[in-house]
Design a protein around this ligand. Structure first.
Ligand SMILES: [Zn+2]
Ligand SMILES: [Zn+2]
Length: 307
């Protein structure tokens, strides 16, 4: 049992609250053959994962990865039919800048998954009873128990059209005895999760800290919701679907998906890759995420050059 490391086993992404986000107009869904062609075109831009360093996710967890082909035959959970809305459950207090992060994350989620993202009404921390709260001796930080949030708060609140319901909080979390904290936890079977931005840095410090907090939030939200839609950890390329053992490792992973994982996302959400890439580029441009914007732009150019 790790005590001081944030285990990211079943992290569920926190999604930001966005008001009235609607799915974007859809072009015709891409075919498997089109997506396979896209994978070939984007492959030269990717960085292959080398051997893991001691302490990295893949040095601890043996994982096989998952190709696009394997995804297609794994009977993935897809955000289709009745269950197509991503619900967000803000829990506890947020500073104005934390609330901005939450709202922007919701906006990004809508763009990324091309799905409506809807907020549930804020819940106060007082909904968590004292048996599911504690104070971390080392820091004095108040913590709430993830399993209580998942089982008692969220499960019954997942609306009939929900693809997932996610609680997000600025309060620290812990999962069970023997753990100091977790960033978040999910029940993939129940399609619910809880996520904390408590350890993402203070977004009010300055513009750099705000962007870092935002980047961590949107990367995690999309990674974990990708899991809900049956996307496994990526072991081939540097990719948003890489597993991460620590915040430091997560910070080194890109926001963008590798082409194998992008093909899965586009298949799951019936989205054309270029449409997805343009949306991601525009968001990153707007928020000053320059490195991420540049990679999306390169990817767009690589696809357009082969048209
Ligand atoms: Zn993961
Ligand atoms: Zn990948």
């Amino acid at each position: 049992m790790r005590k001081w490391f944030a285990q990211i086993v079943l992290w569920m992404g926190f999604l930001g609250v966005t008001l009235g986000a609607s799915p974007l107009p859809r072009a015709a869904a891409p075919s498997v053959a089109e997506l396979q062609a896209m994978v070939v075109k984007l492959a030269p831009l990717q960085r292959k994962l080398g051997p893991p360093r001691p302490g990295d996710w893949l040095s601890i967890h043996e994982e096989e990865g998952q190709t696009f082909k394997e995804y297609l035959v794994c009977a993935p959970v897809l955000p289709r039919g009745k269950r197509h809305v991503l619900y967000l459950q803000p829990l506890g207090e947020f500073s104005p800048d934390q609330r901005r992060i939450v709202n922007l994350t919701g906006e990004f989620m809508g763009l990324y998954f091309n799905l409506p993202v809807k907020p549930l009404e804020d819940l106060p921390l007082s909904v968590i009873p004292s048996r599911a709260r504690r104070t971390l001796a080392e820091s004095g930080a108040e913590q709430i128990l993830t399993s209580y949030v998942l089982k008692r708060i969220l499960k019954s609140r997942l609306p009939w059209d929900g693809a997932a319901a996610l609680a997000l909080t600025a309060t620290d979390l812990w999962p069970r005895d023997g753990w100091n904290f977790v960033f978040g936890e999910a029940s993939l079977k129940a399609r619910v999760g809880v996520w904390s931005i408590h350890r993402y840095g203070d977004p009010s410090k300055d513009a750099v800290a705000f962007r870092l907090c935002l980047l961590r939030a949107i990367a995690t939200a999309t990674h974990e919701t990708g899991h809900i839609f049956s996307m496994r950890h990526c072991t081939r390329y540097a990719c948003n679907m890489n597993g991460s053992e620590t915040l430091e490792e997560a910070d080194q992973q890109p926001l963008a998906l590798c082409p194998e994982c992008l093909a899965k996302l586009c298949w799951a959400t019936r989205t054309r890759p270029l449409d997805h890439l343009h949306r991601m580029e525009a968001f990153c441009l707007k928020m000053g995420l320059k490195q991420e914007e540049a990679f999306y732009r390169q990817s767009i150019q690589a696809l357009e050059a082969h048209r």
